[in-house]
Design a protein around this ligand. Structure first.
Ligand code: 5AD
Length: 338
């Protein structure tokens, strides 16, 4: 890629316009690759906006990975339908309830149920969500893929509050090439999620094979257009037994810069420091908090299913409760009380 020298003054002007939210795509392009003092200024502004909206509190979520069956066949993901080596499982209702109880016992009030795009999960939800609500009184966040409009209404009626459906890339050609499905259909699902009354989480990956900086800037602008409640960014990590197994890892700094830009543009959105950050860089999640994130997701899946849920790596970083508290402490922030 052609490198054009852009002075720090120009980059600081871009930070200024970003903070006033009168940003152009060119400003975003200037900021995606900032480093050194300009990057620190970008992060400082992002932290100031987080402080205004969240009083320096970090929210904890407890995730349970309920199924690794998936109808989709995304080239970056090891639970893709065509991966014959994936050792598939569905978690039972009793097991989900046991783990949700464990999440509650740690004082965490958001139960996050995540799985592949698996029709079995849809039916399971109408049994599990009301039980979690009734017995544990937590809020419920789902990440279960693309479904017809009425399914999102059923999730809402069962008692779920929020739903994450990342677009991964805003480039329709790239999206179709790597997921073998349509971006416009996925974005239609995002609209249905909101219309059903659920809070919406979106986001992208940084470093997908074939992705350009232009396209990363468009990812950020698409996020703004969707007016989501959560925005997440992950560095791409090559995954064994996928067509992308030999591709390079996404750029860590571009990922952090995207998070900081998102914080400034979205103000009150929940922004996680995802576990993939820690996988690609030691203390990566701490740096994510420094760049304006305010959510950590703790993994409550039992060891035997964790091992089978290889969304980004066969040896992904699994966030424990102790790790989360440790980095909150190191960041100088506080845990939001349930
Ligand atoms: N690298 C990084 N993130 C990934 N995800 C899936 N596969 C990968 C990968 N290879 C992320 C996607 C998805 C979330 C559950 O995990 O963003 O939405």
């Amino acid at each position: 890629m052609k490198k054009i020298f852009i002075s720090d003054d120009i980059k600081l002007d871009s930070v200024e316009r970003l903070t006033r939210r009168s940003v152009t795509k060119n400003d975003i392009l200037n900021l995606l690759t900032v480093n050194g003092d300009c990057q620190q200024e970008l992060f400082r502004r992002a932290r100031a906006i987080r402080a205004e909206n969240y009083a320096d509190k970090v929210h904890l979520r407890g995730v349970i990975e309920i199924s690794n069956f998936c109808q989709k066949n995304c080239d970056y993901c090891a639970i893709r339908a065509q991966n014959k080596k994936a050792n598939r499982y569905h978690m039972s209702v009793d097991k989900i309830m046991e783990l949700a109880q464990k999440i509650r016992s740690f004082g965490i009030d958001i139960v996050f149920l995540q799985g592949g795009q698996d029709p079995k999960c849809v039916d399971l939800m109408e049994e599990v969500i009301p039980r979690i609500k009734h017995e544990l009184d937590t809020s419920i966040l789902l990440n279960l893929g693309e479904w017809p409009e009425d399914v999102y209404r059923r999730f809402y009626d069962a008692g779920a509050q929020s739903y994450i459906l990342k677009y991964e890339t805003s480039d329709p050609v790239l999206y179709e090439k790597i997921t073998h499905t349509s971006l416009s259909e996925r974005l239609e699902c995002a609209r249905w999620i909101k219309e059903a009354g659920l809070k919406l989480g979106v986001g992208n990956m940084v470093g997908l094979p074939g992705q350009s900086f232009e396209s990363l800037a468009d990812d950020i602008l698409l996020g703004v257009a969707l007016q989501p409640d959560f925005v997440s960014v992950s560095p791409f990590i090559a995954n064994q037994d996928t067509p992308f197994e030999n591709e390079p890892t996404g750029d860590f700094n571009v990922t952090l810069n995207t998070m900081a830009i998102n914080r400034i543009l979205h103000g009150a959105a929940l922004i996680p420091a995802v576990s993939a950050l820690e996988k690609v860089y030691p203390d990566g999640q701490l740096m994510g908090l420094d760049a304006g994130a305010n959510v950590l997701t703790i993994n409550f899946s039992p060891a035997e299913t964790q091992e089978k849920y290889k969304i980004y790596s066969k040896d992904r970083f699994v966030v424990t409760y102790e790790h989360a508290l440790n980095i909150i402490k190191k960041s100088g922030l506080q845990r939001a009380q349930a």
